[in-house]
Design a protein around this ligand. Structure first.
Ligand SMILES: [Zn+2]
Length: 252
């Protein structure tokens, strides 16, 4: 299971195609990855009918399993797998889960989704509180006052915008500028994430994006509401004592 060349552990890898494996390794090598402790889980299934706030509903996710575990209900199909590998997972810190619809697709989308999660992993290794802030914002996006439009969600939450930019950069590097720009353009015109891609395109790759100051800005904007939420959900937000403390962790 362990690939000594890449230092990755691949779980239930169904990428029989050599080309996909090659693309996977090229994508991984574009990121600063720890020498061990990462599981890349390419799932055979998709779980789009999972409950609204469930991470399994998404196409892919990154989790610091050492610090945050895998809270919440898991889809029944995955419960067995997770139970089976519970012992294995204990030895790991990071999990990147990729649904079938995110890996069994075009090369460009494959690189796009994998890069996105690898960027979350890279950021988490520098400052886990940035991950916590991103999850807090994402989880509460529909609250009054926040009300982030679903289509613009990915670029309104700074950790997501940061991951989008990383995907764009990696796709451009591995598959060329022309293909990358065409992909962005197509997504600004069609699809459920139109507004996110429009913001991304307007921002471009040249301009710096400071994920820390952007995150601090949005936390400050919704500070009182978010403080209430943290107080009312102590188990879920056990790693965050207040927005002030979270902000000071992002500044340090
Ligand atoms: Zn993300």
């Amino acid at each position: 299971m362990n690939d000594s060349q890449t230092n990755f552990d691949y779980l239930d890898v169904l990428l029989d195609e050599e080309k996909k494996k090659e693309l996977r390794d090229k994508t991984c090598s574009a990121f600063a990855i720890p020498s061990h402790g990462v599981v890349l889980f390419f799932d055979v299934n998709n779980y789009p009918k999972s409950p609204e706030n469930s991470i399994w509903r998404s196409k892919a996710f990154y989790k610091n399993i050492k610090k945050d575990g895998l809270l919440g209900q898991k889809p029944p199909q995955i419960n067995n797998i997770i139970n089976e590998i519970a012992n294995i997972l204990q030895n790991y810190s990071h999990l990147i889960w990729i649904s079938r619809r995110a890996w069994d697709t075009s090369d460009i989308e494959f690189v796009w989704y994998l890069s996105h999660e690898l960027q979350h992993l890279t950021r988490d290794r520098v400052n886990h509180k940035l991950t916590s802030a991103g999850e807090l914002l994402q989880r509460n996006r529909n609250l009054p006052g926040m009300n982030i439009d679903e289509s613009a969600l990915q670029t309104t939450i700074p950790t997501e915008m940061d991951a989008y930019l990383a995907s764009w950069r990696t796709v451009q590097r591995l598959l060329g500028k022309e293909k990358a720009n065409k992909y962005i353009l197509q997504n600004t015109q069609n699809g459920e994430l139109k507004a996110s891609f429009q913001t991304l395109q307007n921002h471009g790759l040249e301009q710096e994006y400071d994920v820390y100051s952007e995150t601090i800005n949005i936390l400050q904007k919704h500070q009182s509401k978010l403080d209430e939420i943290i107080k009312d959900n102590k188990v879920l937000y056990r790693n965050i004592s207040s927005i002030d403390s979270l902000i000071s962790n992002l500044k340090s």
